[in-house]
Design a protein around this ligand. Structure first.
Ligand code: C2E
Ligand code: MG
Ligand code: MG
Length: 281
């Protein structure tokens, strides 16, 4: 590239942009067909109770099995999905798939076991007929597996009646709520009590830079203390080392998930771990 003249470089750059745009367009077309072509997958990452070391929950994480490009992560296609107006279709698929999985797990898991599902703020605040979980509430209700919906703090930017109603109805149906990536978004502590969430998930940035005495360490400890005072439980995300696990446990953190315990995996691979109840290192 350096060998080309300025003019050629400019052309080359334009070509790259053009290819990029065509690729994006193609990806969008592919994504539009992904649900119907059964290319969407849910992977599951176990969540561990730090006091008993048992697997007590599993988080559903979306993957796209692209026919040519292989497994794609949410960051590679959720932005595109939003742009293309595909989030509603995708989240409907997520809740439907999670509902089937919760019924399957009900057959052999303890009734305290919970499946956690991520929802985008926009889909969460849809009106009743368009809410992605609407068609599956009865399934969740009748399943022994508990359901937790994970939302980011930004949900509170839309302080609408629909939000209040959705919270109340889900709680009534026995669905619990968690605030994801806690401490990184729009945090107004007043909302914690008003909206009656069950769990705070400490963002992995506070977990991974846990040099003792550092700010991250102090922030994580403060979140744990505050949550407990408010009667909430805490899940630490992104736990990658035994040191991080030990430190979180000592700080009184209730639950943890991360590569140290297990990567997200297909349900069939998770099943033996769920049946044994533990992850062995
Ligand atoms: P999240 O809900 O905060 O999920 C945690 C992310 O951290 C996951 O990334 C997970 O694979 C990753 N992770 C877990 N343990 C570790 C660790 O020890 N180290 C590191 N570095 N990362 C770890 P993933 O699966 O790529 O998902 C990214 C985000 O995409 C999620 O963040 C969530 O916001 C969103 N997402 C995933 N599935 C869905 C879905 O079904 N619906 C919606 N609306 N959003 C989803
Ligand atoms: Mg999450
Ligand atoms: Mg998170």
């Amino acid at each position: 590239l350096a060998k080309h003249s300025g003019r050629n470089r400019l052309c080359y750059f334009t070509d790259v942009m053009r290819t990029d745009r065509t690729e994006r367009q193609q990806l969008m077309t592919d994504l539009r067909e992904a649900p119907a072509k059964e290319q969407l997958r849910l992977y599951y990452q176990p969540i561990i109770d730090l006091s008993s070391n048992r697997i007590v929950k599993a988080e559903a994480l979306l993957r796209w099995q692209h026919p040519e490009q292989g497994i794609k992560l949410p960051e590679e296609f959720l932005g595109l999905a939003e742009e293309a107006g595909l989030m509603s279709a995708i989240e409907h698929w997520v809740f439907s798939e999670a509902a089937s999985q919760s019924v399957y797990w009900s057959a052999f898991m303890d009734s305290s076991f919970q499946l956690t599902i991520n929802s985008s703020p926009l889909q969460f605040t849809q009106s009743i007929s368009r809410r992605p979980w609407e068609a599956h509430l009865d399934t969740f209700l009748n399943s022994r597996t508990g359901i937790v919906i994970e939302l980011t703090e930004n949900i509170f930017l839309s302080d609408s009646e629909q939000l209040t109603r959705n919270f109340a109805e889900l709680r009534e149906a026995g669905v619990q709520l968690a605030l994801d990536d806690f401490g990184t978004g729009y945090s107004s502590l007043a909302y914690l009590k008003r909206f009656d969430v069950n769990y705070l998930k400490i963002d992995q940035s506070f977990v991974q830079e846990n040099v003792p005495g550092s700010n991250s360490h102090a922030i994580a400890e403060t979140i744990i203390m505050m949550a407990h005072k408010l009667g909430l439980q805490v899940v630490a995300e992104g736990v990658e080392t035994a040191e991080q696990r030990d430190w979180l446990k000592a700080a009184g953190c209730d639950f943890a998930q991360g590569f140290f315990f297990s990567r997200p995996m297909p349900a069939s691979e998770l099943e033996p771990l769920l049946r044994s109840g533990y992850i062995h290192h």
